[in-house]
Ligand binder design. Structure first.
Ligand SMILES: *Cc1c(COP(=O)(O)O)cnc(C)c1O
Length: 308
């Protein structure tokens, strides 16, 4: 008598290969010519990592790519806030690839889940709300060891997807740029994106990170910890965090609204908005030498600004 093997009867899983084929890579590099004071004396391009995928956008794909490619993953655990672009991207990847996913979220949103969390629920994510004290342990060795014992088959990915393997994926974005440039700009939160960019630059090219949270000294230490050796081709500008992470004063909100109305692509106030706001002000101050060729990395993250 024949028996039906449930496993072979199941539909074929969507493979990483299929997923990768659906991505817009290399991401487009588009000329950027705003009518801002000072813009006429430099050349600018935007590296549109926000276009990589409608859901898995921006630097979160770059940071996850190598982790996904190098391991056969059956289960993933990761961390983030209620609006996390990282959890959103990872949640969608896990759903598509049929990987069990547990999201450990800072704060209890069970009474009022954010649009990001609603998406995770739709994608079969196991949601685990923790208080701030527990969340603070997210990089603690003992806490992680206990978590691993509870989930022996899980791959634990740090907050933001920021781990050493993330740099390899970020480096690809720099290698995709075939137009010569002098300076590349990107937002900085956990530092892995800037570290990846910095480690892929050629001689004489420099990177400017825009700190999106209050963290002079702290953000530099985060970036340095990811770098294989000390490098002096990068700096972080701390003048444009606008009061702290996800803080949106009226000037920034207005800037973003006007930007969206007049430019060919969208930005949001947490990351890309602060970078373009910084750029506009730096151009106005004559920060860049005439003729400087500047690439601005659009790291995506538009889902975080959704109202519903
Ligand atoms: C997470 C995120 C960043 C921050 O990148 P880090 O590698 O943590 O510094 C920047 N932009 C967007 C859109 C993000 O989602």
């Amino acid at each position: 008598m024949k028996t039906i093997d449930q496993k072979t009867a199941a539909p074929p899983l969507n493979s990483l290969e299929v997923l990768e084929k659906s991505l817009t890579l290399p991401s487009p590099l588009i000329p950027f010519c705003p009518s801002w004071h000072g813009a006429e004396s430099v050349s600018m391009w935007v590296k549109r990592d926000d276009m990589i995928h409608p859901v898995i956008s921006g630097n979160k794909w770059r940071k996850l790519a190598y982790a996904l490619r190098s391991n056969k993953i059956a289960e993933v655990i990761s961390f983030g806030g209620g609006f996390s672009n990282h959890l959103h991207a990872l949640g969608f990847v896990c759903y598509t690839l049929n990987i069990k996913f547990t999201a450990i979220i800072r704060g209890d949103y069970s009474a009022a889940p954010t649009p990001m969390i609603c998406d995770l629920v739709r994608w079969n994510t196991q949601i685990d709300y923790v208080n701030r004290l527990t969340y603070q342990k997210r990089n603690d060795e003992h806490y992680l060891a206990a978590l691993q014992i509870k989930h022996p088959h899980a791959t634990i990915i740090p907050e933001g997807g920021s781990q050493h393997a993330a740099l390899l994926g970020v480096q690809e974005l720099v290698h995709e740029i075939t137009t010569p440039f002098d300076v590349i700009m990107a937002p900085v939160a956990s530092g892995a994106t800037l570290a990846g960019i910095t480690s892929a630059l050629s001689e004489k090219q420099t990177a400017i990170g825009i700190g999106v949270l209050k963290g002079q000294g702290y953000l530099e230490s985060l970036v340095s910890q990811f770098l294989p050796h000390q490098m002096d081709n990068w700096t972080i500008n701390h003048n444009y965090h606008c009061g702290g992470y996800a803080k949106v004063p009226a000037t920034l909100a207005t800037f973003c609204e006007e930007f969206i109305q007049t430019m060919p692509f969208k930005i949001e106030p947490v990351y890309s908005g602060k970078v373009f706001w910084a750029l506009k002000n730096m151009l106005n101050e004559g920060f860049f030498a005439p003729g400087t060729k500047i690439v601005i990395v659009h790291t995506g993250g538009l889902q975080g600004a959704r109202k519903n």
